[in-house]
Design a protein around this ligand. Structure first.
Ligand SMILES: [Ca+2]
Length: 469
């Protein structure tokens, strides 16, 4: 087999094909896969206590769960959305054929042939069971440590080594062509679909067509539906193989249709970009996506580090970038006497579980992984799984075992309590973004707590105690 890298087709054939943004699209796609749209919050909503966006498609099959994780009721906001009432859904369902037909000009503008549009939309019916997925927003809460531990299991490490050995030529070519760490590409394969064994069975065209014409996310999914039509019309993937999550993510590494249009490549050179059936196409496309996300060849995604006593935790902020030499001058060390990386490489300090958990210096390549899915814990799991497949050991520092993840209601309560004290936290939506994190830090400073910006149970308990309620 020869690997010929054929660049993906133009990202946007016209204004109608433009997705809402790589980060947003990916976040949405990922959130949708298993857990509904609840997770479409800020990309910052991922350190420590967090919810849906970083839960992978393979979550259900994951064997490791360090401790019970609360799974609460659907979020009320989704249930009351005016486009999700029984009457609204019935109206959209009755109007489905007209709605699909109305998308023909948009599809034509994106390059879908008239014959293709007619062929693939003829007899298309909505799958109303998808609305139950869209309606239900499971409150899925786990700590960063639980999440990483669950995903980077011994089984997934072993299967990753096997998958790379079976496809050694593909991974060698991926590394050579894109300058991307092939172990990271394999890790994405492992975490997105458990190396291809968990990719979903929803027909992508029907799923995106349903979401494009029924319910509360129609505008977003019209681009996905048109992109899915283009895949079929151009013959990249046979219709019977184009299946995936209920939200339309498909293939070995779960591309959304618009992401496929931007980033997929024909890496095995057979003339089709088939990320479902061709390991080479899927791995090449994933590497291409990482490269376009800014991957710098020859560098790691990041490094576990140990902080000195009396460290200034205000420095743990993704906007505070320093060179490795500057971090070293502050007393930051790699564990077990490992040498610090190149002195001029710049990085920011990430504490996924707050001051009590492990610390990491994250490079630009971590941001490249975040371009795949903007969730810190997801990207950390990818990077760590890659290192483990390569033969590296587990993190040296333990995850805090007394940490509990806050539920969405508790995160919202924390925001309300901070707001009532005059802190600007933005909307009290339970999504922990940068405003909330800054407010948490300021509160921690005033309360004599370690200012790691972590919206933790400790902070909520402190607020409750001070509020006397
Ligand atoms: Ca191909």
């Amino acid at each position: 087999m020869s690997f010929r890298c054929v660049a993906g087709r133009p990202a946007s054939a016209g204004p109608t094909d433009r997705p809402p943004g790589r980060r947003g699209a990916r976040l949405l796609g990922f959130a949708l896969m298993g857990f509904g749209l609840a997770g479409c919050a800020s990309s910052d909503d991922v350190t420590g206590a967090f919810s849906a966006p970083m839960a992978p498609a393979t979550q259900a099959a994951a064997p490791v769960r360090a401790r019970p994780v609360p799974v609460a009721a659907p979020a009320a906001s989704a249930a009351t959305h005016p486009d999700m009432t029984p009457a609204a859904l019935a109206r959209d369902q009755a109007n489905f054929n007209r709605c699909i037909a109305s998308l023909e000009p948009k599809a034509r503008a994106a390059g879908v042939s008239t014959a293709g549009f007619r062929r693939y939309t003829a007899g298309l019916k909505p799958d109303m069971s998808i609305m139950e997925k869209l309606q239900t927003q499971p409150e899925f809460t786990r700590t960063a440590g639980d999440y990483v531990t669950m995903l980077v299991s011994e089984t997934r490490i072993r299967k990753g080594r096997e998958a790379m050995a079976q496809n050694a030529a593909v991974f060698e070519a991926v590394g050579r062509n894109y300058g991307v760490d092939p172990y990271v590409v394999a890790a994405i394969w492992g975490i997105e679909t458990n190396y291809g064994s968990a990719r979903g069975s929803y027909p992508v065209l029907q799923a995106t067509g349903t979401l494009a014409c029924v319910g509360r996310r129609q505008a977003y999914f019209r681009d996905e539906f048109v992109a899915a039509l283009r895949i079929l019309d151009r013959g990249d993937i046979p219709e019977s193989h184009l299946k995936g999550s209920w939200a339309g993510a498909f293939g070995l590494t779960q591309f959304m249709p618009t992401a496929f249009q931007r980033d997929a490549v024909d890496f095995d050179g057979d003339g089709h970009r088939n990320v479902v059936d061709s390991v080479a196409d899927a791995m090449g496309s994933t590497a291409n996506k990482l490269k376009r996300g800014g991957w710098v060849a020859g560098r790691s995604w990041g490094y576990e580090v140990v902080l000195p006593a009396r460290f200034n935790y205000l420095l743990a902020d993704k906007n505070t970038r320093k060179t490795m030499a500057e971090w070293a001058a502050l007393g930051v060390r790699r564990p077990e006497g490992r040498p610090m990386p190149a002195a001029n490489e710049s990085a920011y300090l990430l504490l996924p579980a707050g001051a009590k958990g492990p610390a990491f210096l994250m490079t630009d390549n971590f941001k490249a992984i975040l371009s795949y899915n903007p969730a810190d814990a997801y990207a950390l799991a990818i990077g760590h799984l890659a290192d483990r497949i390569r033969g590296g050991g587990p993190f040296v520092q333990p995850w805090p075992d007394d940490q509990r993840a806050l539920s969405r209601n508790e995160r919202s309560e924390l925001q309300k309590r901070l707001a009532s004290r005059g802190y600007d936290v933005g909307p009290h939506d339970g999504a922990i973004g940068s405003k909330t994190r800054v407010a948490v830090r300021e509160y921690q400073v005033s309360a004599g707590l370690t200012p790691d910006g972590m919206a933790s149970g400790e902070v909520l308990d402190s607020l409750r105690a001070r509020d006397g309620t």
